[in-house]
Design a protein around this ligand. Structure first.
Ligand code: Q46
Ligand code: ZN
Ligand code: ZN
Length: 329
């Protein structure tokens, strides 16, 4: 049995990137330190700020909410019902239970009830990929609720693996504009609220372990619409490198934050000179409706398209294995 590096008691997790094993207590201490370093290094928020945490029912966002409460911050949660079949029903139920058991305030937006469409239908009708329709809708709703309800900042559960995968993709394409905007903090401005990613120094595996030690129940299944997206293949590639040289993934991303980002600092803000004539959200121009309003226009009121129908062959096979083929034809 391996021993904790700090106290010598039995370890519950090995962290090859730190070349050490930790007991539950010292593992939590390490996570708290990494969280606190990200919050202070990037001036994300203080204990005076009201923070809205975007929660999906997955390990990262629930761990983030738990860690912020544990660290004494003022937080409420925001759950967006995306209408992705059983995956959404399960994640909604788990998120509500998490909040209820801890007496926390959870705001909810159900896209179908409030905007007349769901993500599979939006993907089927608009021709956008599911993740593009979903990302666009979430960004719009997160921003709208943060500002309407007067929160100082919106926090999301993007972890080190997510950010390293995005960085890998941006670097492979040498997409300089995206590299400029890839930061753990997006300041408020141009009509947008402040957004932060406090988990950027913690990995996916560490967040799963945090949930286990803290007995947090989360949706284990991945979103069925994620199958085949490039982001996952970038994650796999980085994990393959990391398994032969532990720490590669972390040094790739954290090195970018330390050494490359400061060189790009001045260009981080998104420009939105106009505002949408329908909803008032910041937009590239004031003549045309914003992308979210255009998505509502093309998809709202359309007969719901089941998840399975908008998946490609490979995704459908996995979906059937996970959720059963009775859902959705
Ligand atoms: S929920 Fe939405 Fe993700 Fe599902 S459709 Fe894609 S973006 S994979 S975080
Ligand atoms: Zn210990
Ligand atoms: Zn709009």
């Amino acid at each position: 049995m391996s021993k904790c590096r700090s106290c010598g008691e039995a370890a519950v997790i090995d962290l090859p990137r730190h070349n050490a094993n930790f007991c539950a207590e010292h593992f939590q201490q390490l996570c708290r330190r990494q969280l606190s370093k990200a919050i202070t290094d990037f001036e994300m928020f203080t204990t005076d700020d009201r923070i809205l945490v975007a929660v999906s029912g997955g390990k990262d966002s629930l761990a983030l909410w738990d860690m912020l409460i544990d660290a004494g911050y003022q937080t409420d949660g925001l759950y967006v019902g995306l209408g992705i079949g059983d995956y959404s029903s399960d994640s909604g139920a788990i998120t509500r239970r998490f909040a209820e058991e801890r007496g926390l305030k959870l705001l909810e937006v159900d896209i179908r009830n409030e905007h007349g469409f769901d993500i599979p239908t939006a993907a089927g009708v608009s021709g956008r990929s599911p993740c593009s329709a979903c990302g666009l809708s979430k960004r719009h709703i997160f921003d709208e609720v943060t500002q309407r309800e007067g929160y100082d900042v919106l926090a999301t559960g993007h972890n080190l693996d997510d950010e390293a995968a995005v960085l890998f993709g941006n670097t492979l394409r040498w997409d300089v504009e995206y590299l400029r905007r890839q930061a753990p903090v997006l300041p408020a401005g141009n009509g947008f609220g402040k957004k932060v990613k406090p988990l950027v120094r913690l990995t996916e595996r560490e967040m799963a372990a945090w949930c286990v030690v803290r007995r947090i129940d989360y949706v284990v299944e991945e979103c069925p619409m994620a199958v085949g997206n490039k982001h996952l293949s970038y994650k796999d590639a980085l994990n393959a490198l990391d398994s032969t040289s532990p720490g590669t993934k972390a040094s790739f991303y954290l090195g970018f934050l330390d050494r490359i980002r400061p060189l790009l600092e001045d260009s981080a803000s998104i420009t939105a000179p106009g505002s949408c004539p329908r909803c008032g959200a910041p937009s590239a121009t004031s003549e045309e409706a914003c992308a979210f309003c255009r998505l509502i226009e093309t998809t709202s009121g359309h007969e719901p398209i089941p998840v399975r129908m908008v998946l490609n062959k490979k995704a459908r096979k996995l979906f059937d294995a996970q959720w059963g083929s009775q859902h959705g034809d």
